[in-house]
Design a binder for this molecule. Structure first.
Ligand SMILES: Nc1ncnc2c1ncn2[C@@H]1O[C@H](COP(=O)(O)OP(=O)(O)OP(=O)(O)O)[C@@H](O)[C@H]1O
Ligand SMILES: [Mg+2]
Length: 413
């Protein structure tokens, strides 16, 4: 029988922590002697029994494979010249199967020729001894093979455990993603109701409603960043490449951010340079600009200024957000775009920021084929630049003033 025919490992002889423990005890290590000459077989069996190993014997290859199929040995002592199957063939069969490939195989050969040794090692044998076998050398080699077997078993255990943990992690990740996804619709309903309340509230309640709305907007930005970073990384989110008006996009973003900038007494300025036409996905790009503005406002001092511009450049359409904060030190200019990367992580405890906004921005801009980077603004604050492909100004552009929620909510709430 072939080891491949077996449905699975026999109890106590397959992988797992139990096997590693068993191998720690020499009296429980399993040897299989495969030798057609009865005298040689008895000799090797005697040496091994003398050390306390468990020993089984087979007179030829097919019978050896039968025994292996029933119980996987730790070390196989394999004569090379045998009728029916050579030792090399038996060795190749053992090494070809996942269940038996970590069995250690020692060829016992009467052929002291180099080609025979090379062939044996090439079929996957782990070691060899030549006849007449010298007891001390033989037993030392068996001990070395047992050590190797134990290491291999530990490695396989670790790999299996890692694979199981990875499966679990993927499951948790999928669960977390779907939970976050499910938060979007009720949040949309809350935002819608807050907008109605904002229109109808008297001045005594208005500031409460507006504060709640800003909180809900911020929550939505975080949820969308989280979901879209994942989707962009996996290539599941392909931006549309439609003609859009970058100037009105910037103006809309500035207008909507005025209320929260006002909280910090930060002035927002949209720098319009005529109608600047770009190619891209208006909802995604609007969220890029929203993220850059919310960072710029947060890092500007009370009473500071944030300028947002859309302009034509030789390379394409540039959208730039310049603030009056401390700027981004040169050492951080590349890695602040990495996931969860913040210059000062302590801030995140106070402000519930998690370092995903710029990751989203970079993935979204790069998915457009564009580039994004940061350098110093004219007055030392940070200046974030996004460059996108320009479009010829013809036909109707997408509406750009208030698209941030477009396409993000399904059904009711
Ligand atoms: N305009 C800026 N001025 C100075 N530092 C900035 C500016 N924008 C971003 N940073 C730095 O880059 C880090 C990463 O920004 P990012 O937008 O990715 O995350 P965040 O704003 O901390 O959290 P999130 O956007 O996920 O709520 C920030 O924590 C901050 O340290
Ligand atoms: Mg941010």
């Amino acid at each position: 029988m072939n080891p491949q025919d077996q449905p699975g490992p026999d109890p106590g002889s397959g992988g797992g922590i139990g096997l590693s423990n068993r191998l720690a005890n020499p009296n429980r290590a399993r040897m299989l002697v495969v030798e057609d000459d009865p005298r040689s077989r008895k000799l090797l069996e005697g040496y091994l029994l003398g050390e306390g190993y468990q020993v089984r014997c087979a007179p030829d290859g097919p019978e050896a494979l039968e025994l292996v199929a029933r119980q996987v040995p730790d070390v196989v002592l394999l004569d090379v010249m045998m009728p029916q199957m050579t030792g090399h063939e038996v060795c190749a069969a053992l090494k070809a199967h996942p269940r038996t490939r970590s069995c250690q195989v020692m060829l016992v050969t009467a052929l002291d020729s180099l080609p025979s040794k090379v062939e044996g090692l090439d079929t996957g044998a782990d070691d060899y001894v030549t006849k007449p076998v010298r007891r001390e050398e033989f037993l030392a080699k068996v001990r070395a093979l047992l050590r190797a077997r134990r290491l291999l078993v530990d490695l396989e255990d670790a790999r299996a455990e890692l694979a199981a943990r990875n499966d679990e992690l993927q499951l948790k990740k999928a669960l977390a993603q779907s939970l976050v996804h499910d938060l979007k619709n009720p949040l949309a309903a809350i935002l819608g109701n807050l907008e109605l309340l904002e229109m109808r509230s008297g001045s005594d309640l208005l500031h409460l409603v507006q504060r709640s709305k800003r909180g809900a907007d911020r929550m939505l930005q975080m949820i969308l960043n989280l979901l879209d970073v994942e989707r962009l990384e996996e290539g599941r989110l392909q931006p549309e490449q439609k003609r859009l008006n970058a100037t009105t996009l910037v103006q809309g973003a500035v207008k909507d951010a005025e209320a929260s900038a006002g909280q910090r007494d930060v002035t927002l300025v949209a720098e319009a340079d005529g109608a600047v036409k770009a190619l891209g996905d208006v909802a995604l790009l609007r969220r890029v600009v929203d993220n850059l503005i919310s960072n710029a406002v947060r890092h500007s001092p009370m009473g500071g200024e944030v300028r947002v511009a859309a302009r034509m450049r030789a390379e394409g359409v540039e959208i730039a957000v310049v603030d009056s904060g401390p700027g981004v030190p040169a050492a951080y200019r590349e890695n602040i775009f990495d996931k969860y990367r913040q210059i000062d992580a302590r801030n995140s405890n106070e402000t519930a920021n998690r370092g995903l906004g710029l990751t989203f921005c970079r993935l979204a801009i790069e998915a457009h084929g564009g580039t994004i980077w940061v350098d110093d603004g004219p007055d030392g604050g940070a200046c974030f630049h996004c460059v996108l492909a320009a479009a010829e100004p013809e036909g109707d552009e997408e509406r750009t003033a208030e698209p941030v929620l477009a396409g993000h909510f399904e059904g009711g709430g």
